[in-house]
Design a protein around this ligand. Structure first.
Ligand SMILES: NC(=O)C1=CN([C@@H]2O[C@H](COP(=O)(O)OP(=O)(O)OC[C@H]3O[C@@H](n4cnc5c(N)ncnc54)[C@H](OP(=O)(O)O)[C@@H]3O)[C@@H](O)[C@H]2O)C=CC1
Ligand SMILES: CC(=O)N[C@@H](CCC(=O)OP(=O)(O)O)C(=O)O
Length: 338
């Protein structure tokens, strides 16, 4: 059994990691770390987690606590992993990091979008970008993975095969994506309070959301990205538009998606537009696409659970690959519907 530690165990992604690991045949959550909730038993921090895990205590992280740990999942606020990555990797443990700290290969691009200098640029080339459908072989041999952001995962899965097949102009990409409120984390904020989001639908981060850089790095183009907050707990739906490189059959983009994902265990190509509820609670992604001859544009959509394929599920999928386990281990549950 692989012994794992979770940094950020008391947050939303930490809770989802614990839920998924409770059914994982090869990875056990052994040590749990948090910040303000350090000292509390997990059962009170995450009441949805039971069994022996509920009795574990959330502790404050110390490097000595990595003794005997094979794998570290880090689900920390941006910037925190830069402080600890060197220590974690020196311990011999593999690292799957979900913060944005190691996703962008170029530290200058990081500084531009995150407004601060990168604190560990020497480690950047040790991290593989964590979308298994794009970088499966590199992830298998990696000691460190920077799991992709939630909006980028939905967007890249919908658009990347179309860019790779030369069907769309990569400098013409427009992405409107909506997220459930759990995407903003567990901390109480006015912008995500019930009275703010219930019955409302709002755009935010106009022209400068940091996930733009991640999408552009993966897609090799220019992206105009507008995130939205939707009155739901989980889910991301990315609606993407691009200029077609030529006239084509209406279903040619759909066929490109089918070819790209034919052997993928977690990506389903749908004739119909996907809904976030199709993948709620699962590691699934559903994508579709069409060519519109009237406007000469390609329309592509991707739906994921931000806490599943957009976070904890993808982290476990990457860890399974790094550890030589079945890629789907612990991740086979279907979505919760309705
Ligand atoms: N929520 C989502 O859907 C997604 C989140 N992410 C990213 O994953 C990371 C975690 O997200 P999420 O779980 O939603 O966030 P939360 O705010 O829910 O949880 C943050 C976690 O980090 C801990 N923490 C906060 N500050 C520190 C610190 N200085 N040192 C150590 N631990 C600290 C918190 O501990 P405590 O609670 O004890 O104070 C908590 O366990 C973030 O980088 C986020 O952007 C990425 C994709 C999707
Ligand atoms: C709804 C909401 O607020 N979402 C977050 C993004 C989710 C996230 O966790 O960002 P990373 O994937 O980069 O870590 C935001 O827009 O900042």
């Amino acid at each position: 059994m692989i012994r794992s530690a979770i940094l950020g165990a008391s947050g939303y992604v930490g809770g989802e990691l614990l839920r998924l690991l409770s059914r994982h045949p090869g990875i056990r959550a052994t040590r749990l770390f948090g910040d303000s909730k350090a000292g509390q038993r997990l059962g009170s921090v995450h009441p949805h987690i039971g069994g022996v895990t509920a009795a574990l205590e959330v502790a404050r992280f110390k490097p000595e606590a990595l003794d005997g740990i094979d794998l570290v999942f880090a689900a920390l606020p941006h910037g925190e992993s830069q402080r600890w990555a060197e220590t974690i990797l020196a311990s011999g443990a593999r690292l799957v990091d979900l913060g944005a700290d190691f996703r962008l290969h170029d530290p200058q691009v990081y500084a531009t979008w995150y407004g601060e200098a990168h604190q560990a640029p020497q480690l950047l080339d040790q991290f593989v970008y964590g979308i298994p459908e794009l970088h499966r072989e590199a992830i298998r041999s990696a000691r460190a993975v920077a799991a992709a952001g939630c909006y980028p995962t939905a967007t890249i899965l919908a658009l990347k095969p179309l860019v790779d097949a030369g069907l769309v102009d990569p400098v013409s990409l427009i992405v409107d994506a909506a997220s459930g409120v759990s995407g903003a984390g567990r901390a109480v904020k006015e912008g995500t309070a019930f009275n703010t989001v219930d019955g409302s639908f709002a755009a935010y981060g106009l022209l400068n959301h940091r996930h733009t850089a991640e999408m552009e790095q993966a897609l090799g183009g220019t992206v105009l990205f507008t995130p939205h907050l939707a009155p739901m707990t989980r889910g991301i739906l990315a609606t993407c538009y691009a200029t077609a490189t030529r006239a084509m059959a209406a279903d040619e983009p759909l066929q490109a998606l089918r070819a790209a994902y034919a052997a993928e265990p977690f990506v389903r190509v749908s004739d119909d537009p996907p809904a976030t509820k199709w993948v709620s609670g699962s590691n699934g992604a559903v994508v579709t696409a069409r060519y519109d001859p009237r406007t000469g544009r390609v329309l592509a959509l991707g739906a994921i659970d931000n806490l599943g394929k957009g976070a904890a599920g993808q982290m476990i999928q990457c860890a399974n690959l790094m550890l030589g386990l079945d890629e789907t281990a612990g991740l086979t549950a279907e979505g919760v519907f309705p």
